[in-house]
Design a binder for this molecule. Structure first.
Ligand code: SF4
Length: 189
């Protein structure tokens, strides 16, 4: 079956679960603008090729300076990864704690804070401590194992940093160089 179709189904099911959990809980911590998990990653989110493609397309629209910054952060991360206790996602906009690819974010980021894997417990520390203190006993968490099983049908997954490290935006850079040349020619004319 078409992996893009399967991914869209997965996104829709996760969004429905998120909506049910969030419901009228106005103080739910997980959402756009909370970069807590993006700052304290135990490991880089993993994503399949069909998830990487829209994310890569979003990055292609960024300015060369911004893309260069992502490359710098990814290279730095590769140097520190083995020794860092917690990792910061190279895509996170640290000044505002926002994910700049929120609409294209991987499934792993969408489920964080709403799904539980029995052997690993709740993923979000803030939510975990609230639950430990007796809060949100009525929440029906999503099943992360079921999500992982569905994800495995989309193909092999790689870490976000691996995708970024191999990211070839030369096509974009080529188009930009061409555009620059055309501008220069027009200016000379
Ligand atoms: S892709 Fe976005 S949501 Fe996922 S860890 Fe990075 S900044 Fe956070």
């Amino acid at each position: 079956m078409d992996t893009l179709f399967l991914l869209r189904q997965l996104h829709a099911d996760i969004a429905a679960r998120v909506q049910v959990i969030r419901g009228d809980r106005a103080d739910w911590p997980c959402g756009r603008g909370c970069g807590s998990c993006c700052r304290h990653l135990a490991g880089m989110p993993r994503l399949t090729a069909v998830e990487w493609q829209p994310l890569r397309d979003a990055l292609a629209g960024w300015s060369p300076a911004r893309r260069l910054e992502i490359r710098r952060k990814t290279a730095e991360l590769a140097r520190r990864e083995s020794m860092a206790p917690a990792l910061i996602c190279p895509l996170l906009e640290e000044a505002t704690d926002t994910c700049p690819v929120y609409l294209q974010r991987p499934v792993a980021c969408r489920t964080h804070g709403f799904y539980v894997q029995r052997d690993k417990g709740l993923y979000c520390r803030d939510i975990e401590s609230r639950v430990a203190a007796g809060g949100w006993a009525d929440v029906v968490w999503g099943n992360q194992e079921a999500i992982d099983h569905r994800l495995s049908r989309l193909g092999e997954s790689r870490t976000l940093s691996d995708w970024l490290a191999d990211w070839d935006d030369s096509g974009v850079r080529g188009a930009e160089n061409k555009k620059g040349e055309e501008h220069r020619k027009n200016d000379d004319a």
